[in-house]
Design a protein. Structure first.
Lengths: 108, 118
């Protein structure tokens, strides 16, 4: 199964943009890149996903490298409510394995 | 948006008893549901994949006789932890897919069940 690697933690100031990176160098052509976030004692929440092109929704933007070996989740203006663990996973015919994720801390 | 309801949100049981956790897709039909376990400060670990009307597929190392999964309808999957022991204490989370097993479909998660075995 294709794996993803993310930094353990990142910090951001409130109302500033945040770029959360994810490496997936063994990605296959049919793997979709998904991002989820999880608050303490809650189930994960879907954020965004894409295949090849950059994607935007009301929560975030997803920038996918041309070779698809990495991607970046962009929160345009971080709020305190964005503090969470962010998971980047690949979804395809195999299992969708969750890595350790990135713990985002947002400072007021 | 698609909603997945998980019940109960927390449960305390005595060692040796069984506990059932329900996962319902409230506004969509979920042909596939997934069950995860999460220990404190750790990531989600996939336990099994549940397909409506067929036997669940368990991940390596997960005892199928201990963690019974039933997916009897398109909106309900249940996980029963049989003969629970303190080491089974964990956060159990289900997820479901709207739109079949398309990898272009987001995973919709329940809010999890905190199981404590005393």
């Amino acid at each position: 199964d294709a794996k993803t690697t993310q930094p353990n933690s990142m910090e951001s100031n409130e109302e500033e943009p945040v770029h959360l990176p994810c490496n997936h160098s063994t990605i296959s052509g049919t793997d979709y890149i998904h991002w989820y976030r999880q608050l303490p004692s809650q189930g994960p929440e879907y954020v965004i996903h894409g295949l090849t092109s950059n994607v935007n929704n009301r929560m975030a933007s997803l920038a996918i490298a041309e070779d698809r070996k990495s991607s970046t989740l962009i929160l345009h203006r971080a709020t305190l409510r964005d503090a969470a663990v962010y998971y980047c996973i690949l979804r395809n015919a195999g299992k969708s394995t969750f890595g350790d994720g990135t713990t985002l801390t947002v400072k007021p | 948006g698609a909603v997945v309801s998980q019940h109960p949100s927390w449960v305390i049981c005595k060692s040796g008893t069984s506990v059932k956790i329900e996962c319902r897709s409230l506004d969509f039909q979920a042909t596939t549901m997934f069950w995860y376990r999460q220990f404190p400060k750790q990531s989600l670990m996939l336990m099994a994949t549940s397909n409506e009307g067929s036997k669940a597929t368990y991940e390596q190392g997960v005892e199928k006789d201990k963690f019974l999964i039933n997916h009897a309808s398109l909106t309900l999957s249940t996980l029963t932890v049989t003969s629970a022991h303190p080491e089974d204490s964990s956060f159990y989370i289900c997820s479901a897919i709207f739109g079949g097993s398309s990898y272009n479909s987001p995973l919709h998660f329940g809010n999890g069940t905190r199981l404590t075995v005393t």
